[in-house]
Design a protein around this ligand. Sequence first.
Ligand code: NCD
Length: 306
Amino acid sequence: VGFKGRDVLSILDFNREDLETLFKVADDIKANPFKYSEELKGAVLATAFFEPSTRTRLSFQTAILRLGGSYIDLGEIERSSIAKGENIADTVKMLDSYVDIIVIRHRIEGTAKFAAEIAESPVINAGDGRKHHPTQAMIDLYSIHTFKGGIDGLNVAVMGDLKYGRAATSLILGLTLFKPKALYLISPPELRIRPEVMEYLKQAKVNFIETSKLEDCISELDVLYVTRIQKERFPDPAEYEKVRGSYRITLETLKEAKDDLIILHPLPKVGEIDLKVDKTKHAKYFEQATLGVPVRMALLKLITRG
Ligand code: NCD
């Protein structure tokens, strides 16, 4: 089917071939950045973020500008008509009539899907609650592809808040489109993957191992994807207190690691990685964030122009 005119709601809306196309375009954009500087001339994108964001919002805005288009930003919710009680459906209807692509983030699961049902223009889910964050998964998969030369055959660990983390969840689902050798799911027992994700992994016949100890697998890993505990999504603050600070990557943790282990993180990181790790050759999370721009440029190009 390709990308043209499509909404981007879940990483599972796409297959391996789609993602490989996306990676190729992203590679070409990185190699020839100016070749694409008029690609989306005249196009306007809207960023509507009902939850905090630094990288996702700014890299989508950078991406459309680098493609020769422009953007409008809904801005602070308190300054929009939502504060007067306007419903999301009406806001989306208006945005749809103004722009060519809508990028939306909301704390309520399914908001992007709801917006996509209303809008004619493609809608990109920039995160809906704990559920999906497909473009982050695209960046994460592209980062593994870039730093490791591919995804198949690797031992990949996803660590942290696998229960409430949408970036972790989308990456885990996205990895099922490839053939990692093993997928280690490392979390405190309280923050294990949700039953529906577990079901999906079983059905996809992924070789996955759940554990609460990084020490058990660190020496095997090619990729370690770390995430923060999603404090804001805990229904009960006492539940958060139980797991707060329960894991931390330090130089000591990495003693047994392979020489070419890469550490990724969707960011923001808030203490789960010791700052000393940033200076090691393993730390790839800042480069990963940089790749957000070419990947989102490639995605915007593909959904508008094919
Ligand atoms: C993530 C998110 O918003 O889900 N951030 C991001 O987009 N890079 C991860 C997080 O907030 O922990």
